[in-house]
Design a binder for this molecule. Structure first.
Ligand SMILES: [Fe+2]
Length: 197
């Protein structure tokens, strides 16, 4: 557990910066950041942040030019999302060389992890399989390390306020989206259109 409880948004930013400056290990960094995020949720953040908005959307709290994993550029992003209204299919993806910490302040997000399942027969193509499903509820924080594949599905009937802390600016890195039915993938950079595989 993190030893210092963050009480203000600036203290939280400082603690996240310290997580990156005090360890080179992604798991350690992500664990410490998730621990601090859980403490921050107890203060009513991010709904009480001056940087957060009343309309559905993405609100940037902090973009760091100096620190991240392994290079500068971590971001603290907050989201207000309207109820989706209907179930959305999972969209598995990874985060390239980055890790991401996801936390829910209100509402819920369904997080699913995936892994390649290989046959003992190496001539058989591997398939992408779900390995864990967790519904994040208020106060929860989880992380997905470099190389992990996951999907996030928002609540159908609740507004959800959630936080995403990326260890680099994901607009700058190549990563992959996966077609679950076909067990195929395509490389992309955020903002580009996915050509369906
Ligand atoms: Fe993600």
């Amino acid at each position: 557990m993190a030893q210092t409880i963050a009480y203000t948004e600036q203290q939280f930013i400082d603690e996240v910066r310290k997580a990156f400056s005090s360890s080179e290990d992604a798991r350690m960094q992500a664990q410490v950041i998730a621990d601090h995020l859980r403490e921050m949720f107890k203060t009513g953040w991010p709904a009480n942040s001056e940087k957060f908005g009343a309309e559905p959307g993405t609100y940037l709290v902090h973009s760091d030019p100096d620190l991240g994993h392994p290079h500068g550029g971590f971001q603290i992003l907050t989201y207000r999302r309207a109820p989706l209204g209907s179930e959305s299919p999972p969209q598995p993806h990874d985060h390239g060389p980055c890790f991401v910490v996801y936390g829910v302040a209100s509402g819920s997000n369904l997080q699913t992890r995936y892994a390649w399942k290989y046959s003992d027969d190496s001539t058989v193509a591997p398939t992408l399989e779900a390995t864990q499903m967790v519904r994040q509820t208020p106060g929860d924080a989880a992380f997905f390390l470099p190389g992990e594949i996951h999907s996030t599905q928002g609540s159908v009937d609740e507004e959800t306020i959630y936080v995403r802390i990326t260890s680099e600016d994901l607009e700058q890195v190549w990563r992959h989206r996966y077609n679950l039915a076909a067990s195929t993938s395509r490389a992309f950079i955020s903002g580009q259109t996915w050509i369906k595989s």
